[in-house]
Design a protein around this ligand. Structure first.
Ligand SMILES: Cc1cc2nc3c(=O)[nH]c(=O)nc-3n(C[C@H](O)[C@H](O)[C@H](O)COP(=O)(O)OP(=O)(O)OC[C@H]3O[C@@H](n4cnc5c(N)ncnc54)[C@H](O)[C@@H]3O)c2cc1C
Length: 429
């Protein structure tokens, strides 16, 4: 089973692999949204001679496989961001992500990226019959981050989402959803038209320091570069240990149902995207062709598409039992990169390598943030904000870290199941 996204695009003719010895001003490792946003940000600032090296194809990683939610914030939730950084710096970093949401809208319009963008907001649905959870979140967003998430009563929510699972919600208006692979290909196209060179099927196998710059070795070539940006996400292996040691590759899964036609509105009667208040939340959205795209679960294991389809279909039916006979047409997984502190790592290491990694499951706006920050820093406009230094390249402890992550996930799932059992969903849900 292929990804819905791959099945619904026509890739432009492939970008040729790097061969022989070349030189560049900036070499970016990774053709995901972190790497390509940096490339486009550099080109927009007039920085010439930028090369992107992608091991597979543009958008092969998480950026071309994700849920397609574009909203503010990071994987680290806002309450923890506030606790860690204090009010001023937390607000500064959060604002970067809402600016990035706007920048993505602007780029879609400016470069005419046809990516099925649906500017209809995102709903956070309360899985628990505890209004205090939503009240606290709403107050936090308003008082500490200056954004209004609008309350939805249980009745208002039930008129849009035909399920008895939820107990009200919050509506984040300044958010949208889209076909992420079409967007990534559009950013790549805009970057190349602005002078960036992309090489696909060019896995970087070694990074060597050379005087003031680096030699970047690929399977068939080598690039002398003044600057190197490491943006290999959860897929980078054995290239630059200092960065790779700081993140864990964690899988998460998505499926797309068959087109539902008029039946879609018997379940989802809104154009907004939806996620819920559990630690291990479902995330889903209606697609323009009336399919439901449904995502959820995280795991340290890669799973077969058939297993993913079975697990996610079960999750969907817990919320929308009326779709009991729905067929799943596509199911796939992808790897996210997580730091222990759950924040992206954006900056420059002591030996001069720039990096943008660790976006976790909340990466569309933050990768765009990293592109802007690194492009501005490399172009000499301004340094990366100090606040990111607080979230450095802390060791993630490899296999041990993965085991700990899986344990935490299972413990949080159990905690949420117990909390929901204390106040069960209304009958029929
Ligand atoms: C299933 C899923 C659902 C998600 N849903 C959402 C969502 O709805 N909203 C949201 O905001 N975020 C979501 N995320 C998270 C988001 O997709 C990621 O945080 C983001 O895409 C990370 O971008 P990236 O560029 O860092 O990594 P990637 O997109 O993974 O790109 C890294 C690229 O580097 C390449 N690479 C690796 N090693 C090398 C090498 N040695 N040489 C050359 N190239 C190399 C890889 O092939 C890959 O193409 C989701 C993630 C997944 C997996």
């Amino acid at each position: 089973m292929q990804s819905f996204y791959e099945a619904t695009i026509t890739r432009p003719s492939a970008y040729a692999p790097l061969s022989g010895r070349r030189s560049a001003n900036v070499c970016i490792i990774g053709g995901g949204l972190a790497g390509l946003s940096t490339a486009l940000g550099l080109a927009e600032r007039g920085v010439a001679d930028v090369v992107v090296l992608e091991a597979q194809q543009v958008g092969f990683g998480a950026s071309g496989r994700n849920g397609g939610f574009v909203f503010g914030g990071y994987s680290l939730d806002c309450a923890d961001l506030l606790k860690t950084l204090g009010p001023a710096r937390a607000r500064e970093l959060y604002a970067l992500t809402t600016d990035a949401v706007d920048l993505m809208r602007t780029r879609i319009a400016r470069y005419q990226i046809d990516c099925d963008a649906t500017d209809a907001g995102v709903i956070l649905a309360n899985w628990f019959d505890e209004p205090a959870r939503l009240d606290a979140q709403r107050r936090l967003m308003r008082d500490s981050f200056g954004v209004e998430w609008e309350p939805l009563t249980a009745a208002q929510l039930a008129s849009q989402l035909k399920t008895r699972r939820y107990h009200g919600g919050l509506f984040e208006r300044n958010a949208f959803h889209f076909h992420p692979l079409k967007y990534v290909l559009g950013v790549a196209d805009a970057a190349t038209r602005a002078g960036v060179t992309i090489h696909e099927h060019s896995p970087v196998v070694r990074l060597q320091r050379d005087g003031a710059g680096f030699i970047v070795h690929t399977a068939q070539g080598a690039l002398d570069a003044r600057h190197v940006v490491m943006a290999g996400g959860g897929y980078a292996r054995n290239v630059y240990a200092r960065v790779e040691r700081a993140v864990l590759p964690i899988a998460t899964y998505v499926m797309a149902t068959e087109p539902l036609g008029a039946r879609l509105r018997d379940a989802i009667d809104t154009r907004a995207a939806v996620y819920d208040t559990r630690f291990a939340f479902d995330y889903y959205r209606p697609l323009p062709d009336t399919r439901i795209l449904w995502g959820g679960r995280i795991s340290v294991r890669d799973r077969a598409p058939e297993t993913i389809a079975r697990l996610l279909r079960r999750d969907l039916l817990k919320v929308y039992p009326q779709l009991h006979d729905v067929r799943v047409d596509y199911a796939w997984g992808g790897l996210m990169s997580y730091a222990r502190h759950k924040m992206p790592q954006i900056g420059r290491s002591a030996d001069g390598v720039w990096y943008a990694i660790g976006f976790g499951g909340h990466g569309m706006a933050p990768t765009t943030v990293s592109g802007e920050l690194l492009a501005a820093a490399i172009a000499g406009e301004r340094p990366v904000p100090d606040a990111f230094a607080r979230f450095g390249l802390t060791p993630a402890f490899g296999a041990l870290g993965l085991a700990a992550a899986q344990l935490t996930y299972t413990a949080m799932q159990t905690r949420d199941a117990l909390a929901a059992r204390r106040r069960p969903a209304r009958p029929g849900g």
